[in-house]
Structures are given as C-alpha cells and as structure tokens.
Design a protein around this ligand. Structure first.
Ligand SMILES: [Zn+2]
Length: 240
C-alpha cells in the first residue's frame, strides 16, 4: 500500500534507508509497504503531532438537512467520514499502530476539519461547488473556520453544533429516532487509490453502524481517470 510522506530534504537519506520510495513526477517520498509497516515511517507521519489518522479504501461525504438558525429555512449541511482507518500515535513510549477495521460498509465515522487546508484540494473544490461550504468567520470561535453555510441566507452553520451536539442531523445519537434520522442522510462513498493521512477530527459512536444500514449510499468518483474509479493522491492534491 502506498502512503505519501512529508520528508524534508535533509532527512531524505534516512527515509530512503528505511525503504521509502521517490515519486519524481510529484517530487514526494512515499512508503510502499504492508500497512502494519507504516510504523517504520512514524517520524514523518507524526511530525508535530502525537496522533495521526490514515484513511484507507474510501472517504465519505455525509449530507443532511437542518433548519437554519437564522432564517429557519431547511438547508443542506455536510460532514466528511471514514470507515476503515489506521491510527498511529505515540503516548510517550514510542509509536504505536492500530487498524480501526470496519468490514466493508459496516461502520462510518463522522469527521470534519476546521481548516480548509486539511481537506485535499480536489475534494474541497467539489464541496465548495456543490454545497454552501467555505471558510467563513465564526463569531463563536472568533476566527476563520471551514464550515457549512445556509443555502438560502448564507449564515454560518456552526461546526460545534454539527459535529458535537446530539441534536445535529449528522449525528445519530437518539436510539428511538435512529432509523428515521439515518434514512434522511445521503452518503457519498469516494474510492481512494492511495492511503491518505488526513488531519480530520474523527468521531466514534456506538451507533456508527446506522449510517450504512439506513442511509442512502452511492458511489462518488472524483478520479480524473476514466479507467480507474479510485482517486489517487496525485489526483486529490492536483499534482498530476
Ligand atoms: Zn438561513
């Protein structure tokens, strides 16, 4: 499996010695090893953090509706999602590898990123063209954030509400309303060719099985290559 790494020039020999490969076309190092061996490259995966998420196979867009807090009309809102992913973390005693497995289409974990640079450019462009998603000013955060906006009046629909509050249409928190709520969600499944390290906040909930079980799921091809439905790293980051 292929995972692109952020290797500074000064560290290229160390990465090469561990078996990293060079893609001259996009000038980037990558690991091309079985996933459990990604841990060898933890130095470049973890960088400034002690916790990294690497999506495998698919990433998702979850689309729901909510009444706008300002104009009260129903507006579309979206979240991101992952199913199976790799967690690489260091709790102080060296890097650890954990595969958060999901049998095909079994569970979806809702995700989001407050900063637009954390979303691969091709996916970000798709979101911004299809939905009222953009970087806006949040009065609550007193700063910029990548967020949904009302389709009608343009008011920012807060990330905290959508991704943390039980009343969010994207979060399936109430068991007695689970089926009804999940069946209103449209889920777009984007096949990815390379594993992707993403700085997304990923939620985890015991009801995460309900997205696929009751939601309307369809495949979304972002790949620019008609012969391959899976989108590559180069494609998602506009490096082709
Ligand atoms: Zn509105």
């Amino acid at each position: 499996m292929r995972l692109y790494l952020n290797v500074p020039y000064a560290e290229k020999d160390a990465a090469k010695a561990l078996g990293a490969r060079w893609n001259p076309k996009i000038k980037k190092w990558y690991a091309d090893v079985p996933r459990e061996q990604y841990i060898k490259f933890a130095k470049w995966i973890l960088r400034d953090t002690d916790d990294a998420m690497i999506a495998t196979n698919h990433i998702f867009i979850v689309e729901g509706q909510q009444p706008c807090w300002k104009c009260h009309q129903s507006t579309r809102v979206v979240g991101l999602g992952v199913s199976e992913y790799i967690h690489i973390f260091d709790a102080g005693d060296g890097p650890q590898y954990e595969l958060i497995e999901s049998d095909p289409d079994e569970e979806l974990h809702l995700a989001w990123a407050d900063h637009e640079e954390y979303i691969p450019p091709k996916l970000r462009k798709y979101l911004m063209e299809k939905y009222s998603v953009r970087t806006g000013y949040s009065k609550t955060l007193r700063g910029k954030c990548f967020a949904n906006h009302c389709d009608h009046c343009g008011a920012l629909q807060g990330n905290w509400f959508l991704f943390n509050e039980p009343d969010s249409p994207l979060m399936l928190m109430y068991l007695d309303e689970l089926v009804e709520q999940a069946s209103k969600l449209n889920i777009f499944k984007i096949p990815i060719e390379d594993d992707l390290q993403l700085d997304w906040e990923v939620g985890f909930c015991s009801t995460d099985y309900a997205y696929f079980k009751y939601g309307q799921c369809e495949e979304l091809v972002l790949s620019g290559n008609p012969e391959n439905k899976s989108t590559s790293y180069e494609d998602l980051y506009n490096l082709r």
